[in-house]
Design a protein around this ligand. Structure first.
Ligand code: NAD
Length: 359
């Protein structure tokens, strides 16, 4: 059925995709009219960041290799001071959501434009959402200034992403698309992107799992992450992202792995209340029950399936549940204390979700 009414805001950004496209960073800096780019990354991506800085030559203001998960506020302050001290007029973020998140934190304060070179499937590069963590609480917000001006997707940069991380990062991307499909502000074009993103990612991941250096598999997965990220950037997320946000920000659980564990449980919870999204997912996954299909896929790709296994204590279930039920959310199914407690208990212990029959 065609969605009867919607609004759609296209986000102003440029995307380049292809093998070797990372070599175009200097060109993108020129297009922005910038002259001194600070390259940001997490410690593990320093070599790639330095290659980019070398290619920038005089237009490089240096490399800041301290990005960390969930953007701790003290690291954001250091990066902002470094950018100001070096007279940077743009940032290049190379890496996963942590590097992109750090560049967004600089953009939020100084308004510097961001060029993103993603090397995971997190999708942060496609959104105007920023996050900062202080005293164990993660604050997030939306600001058009942090949306990257230009995104360069180069599958070659993902060859070295360990297979386990590739799988969980891929599930992180799928989670964006799932929640975009039942978002209150969904629209037909975004739903098509989300559906295609789920199809491509769930086809690409088994091939990446079989051979992490297979160019076709890596290209498919990165293409899917772009689509899923675009769906994330265009819509409002619900229960799944609220839960993962609380689990990550409060307990410092690994971001992508947390998404992987939680997703089949939230989808099981939401499917009966979101029949159109469920139909779209059934088509994308070629499966009668999308939640069950994702649960099985995670198992077949050796992905984590319990929060307990990620280091969460059972006593944390209640405070996380409290945070989530008290946060506003446009979730398709009512967010109840009992329901979320049951969901979290199952995700914590790693038992299969109850997989209700589709409405
Ligand atoms: P990450 O950026 O922390 O990367 C995880 C690890 O993988 C890092 O050590 C990194 O150096 C390494 N790595 C990255 N690319 C690699 C590669 N190609 N080869 C080898 N190692 C590589 O993790 P992530 O899951 O990409 O991002 C998580 C963060 O992003 C979280 O803080 C999350 O909240 C944020 N995020 C934000 C948004 C948003 O819209 N604002 C969206 C998604 C995620």
């Amino acid at each position: 059925m065609v969605q009867a009414a919607f609004s759609y805001d296209a986000l102003p950004m440029r995307v380049r995709f292809g093998s070797g496209v990372v070599a175009s960073v200097p060109e993108e800096v020129d297009r922005l009219g910038a002259r001194r780019a600070l390259v940001l990354c997490s410690p593990g991506r320093r070599a790639t960041a330095e290659t980019i800085a070398d290619a920038l030559g005089e237009r490089s203001a240096g490399v800041f290799a301290e990005a960390r998960m969930h953007v701790p506020v003290e690291i954001a302050r250091r990066a902002r001071d470094r950018a100001a001290g070096l007279g940077a007029d743009c940032c290049v973020a190379v890496g996963g959501g942590s590097a992109v998140g750090l560049a967004k934190a600089v953009a939020l304060e100084h308004g510097l434009p961001v060029i993103a070179v993603p090397t995971t499937y997190s999708g942060s590069e496609m959104t105007a959402v920023w996050g900062l963590t202080e005293n164990g609480r993660k604050r997030t917000g939306k600001d058009p200034r942090v949306l990257p001006a230009s995104v360069l997707y180069d599958p070659e940069l993902t060859f070295g992403l360990p297979v386990g991380m590739s799988v969980t990062s891929g599930f992180n991307a799928v989670a964006h698309a799932v929640e975009a499909l039942y978002a209150p502000d969904r629209s037909p074009v975004v739903s098509l992107m989300a559906q295609e993103g789920v199809r491509a990612m769930t086809q690409g991941l088994p091939a990446v799992f079989a051979d992490g250096r297979d160019p076709g598999a890596r290209t498919t997965a990165l293409y899917a992450s772009w689509l899923c990220g675009a769906a994330l950037g265009a819509t409002t997320m619900s229960l799944h992202h609220k839960l993962c946000h609380a689990l990550g920000g409060t307990l410092d659980l690994p971001h992508a792995a947390t998404h992987t564990v939680v997703l089949p449980h939230v989808l099981t919870y939401n499917q009966p209340a979101a029949p159109e999204a469920t139909e779209a997912l059934a088509r994308a996954l070629d499966a009668d029950d999308p939640a069950r299909r994702l649960w099985d896929l995670a198992g077949s790709l050796d992905a984590p399936r319990s929060l307990h296994g990620l280091g969460m204590a059972e006593s944390d279930i209640e405070p996380i549940c409290e945070q989530v039920v008290n946060a506003p959310s446009a979730n398709p199914a009512p967010v109840t204390r009992d329901g979320v407690t049951r969901l979290l208990r199952a995700a914590w212990s790693g038992e299969a979700p109850p997989f209700p029959r589709r409405a």
